[in-house]
Each structure stands twice: as C-alpha cells, then as structure tokens.
Design a protein around this ligand. Sequence first.
Ligand code: ZN
Length: 249
Amino acid sequence: MEDQVKRDICDIGRRMYMSGFVAANDGNISVKISDNQIITTPAGVSKGFMTPEMLCTIDLKGNVIKGKSKPSSEVKMHLRIYEENPEIGAVTHSHSPYATAFAIARRPMDRALLPEAIVNLGIVPVAEYATPGTKEVSESIAQFVKDYNSLLLANHGAVTWGIDLMQAYFRMETLEHYAKILFITTILGDAKELSSNDVSNLLEIRKSQGITTGGIPVPHNSTKNKENANEDLLAQKIADMVLKKLENR
Ligand SMILES: [Zn+2]
C-alpha cells in the first residue's frame, strides 16, 4: 500500500508541475496512511522530478519515521489540517498562478457563478498572511479546515484537501480552473450570478455525493445592482444639471 501511495504522490507531483501549478521546488503533497502517519514530499525537490524513494514517512508530530530526505517546512500546514479534521486523507499545496493571484488580491472566491465550483469546492476563503513554512501558517488556516475544502493563503498560494489524494488534487485543478475563469470573467465584466434556487439544486447534488463541507456562495449581485442603479441615477442627474447650465449660458 505504501509503495502505491508513493507512486501516486510522484504522479500527482508530475501533473502539478506539468500543469504549471508549481515552479522550481514549490508546492507539497501528503497522504495519510494510518491514524498517526503520513507520506509527504521532501524539501528542496521539484514536484515534477520525484521518485518514490525521495518521499518521507512522518508521524503527525512531524518526526521522520522512514526516508532519508527532510520533509518540506510547509508540512506543518499539512499536519495541522490532519489534526483539525481526522476525516482528511490527503493535502495538496501549490502556487498555481490564477488562484495565487486571487490570494494576492486577498479576494475570496465566494460567488455563485460556476456549478462545478459550487459542487466540488464550495466557496474558497482567504487565510491571513503568514510567512511560508512557519507555524503561523498553521494558525492562520486552522479555522477553515472543518468547514471548507480549499483555501487561498494570502500572498502565497492555495491549499486543498480531501478524503484521498485524487479528491484533494482534483480540488486543486478545479480551484485553478475556476480562478482562471473568474479572472477572464472579471475582464469581460457583467457576470450573472446563479439564482438561490439554482444554488440550492447544486447544494443538493453536493449533498448526494456525501460532501457536507464547502459553505454556501454569497449573493453579490442583488446589493451590487442596487448600488449601481443608484450610481447610474446620480450620474444621470449630474449630467442633466450640467446640460441645463450649458443651455442657460
Ligand atoms: Zn507554498
């Protein structure tokens, strides 16, 4: 079983690297193999070029049990995720460009815009900035682990988790894909939100898949439209006043 987990981690590492989710030695992956042990990626190695013997087995306190390499300093964040939620079986962390851009803008991805994102991710909050690799990162993420499936780390990157490695990794793919779509939508403008009825249908689908985490998207359009309508009205009034003054000259 452990050999297969190691091969799977190397495979996902290659996919993350080839997809441009990580550059150089960025990112890390871990899989829980028993109540008290995880297999994780080593420090200072590209996720695109890992072989099974490079991986380390550590306990949930961070002590190395097997493997010659040192785990990444960012494994503290993984350990905290496993500690907060014992149901979690795998964690992936990347610096994927679009999701990281949202993390830098400190903009949560919390609108009801894309069905796949609502079902597979839910909303994606932003955790406060902390220096990568420190235990402060663990503190900043702890409050989100039980209720969500993914998280943006302010000015740093993204982290996703799941019951197994595929679920955690697919959440990372969905997150980056969604962030890319959101970015393009922002340039286009005029995003139309799904209705609360559409959202509750999607939440039903999510529930039928046994997923109870992810939160519920927040409607933005209703208040935004009202604000925009008021702004438009004010702009129109000012334009009328200016025109009248010009006519009276
Ligand atoms: Zn990182």
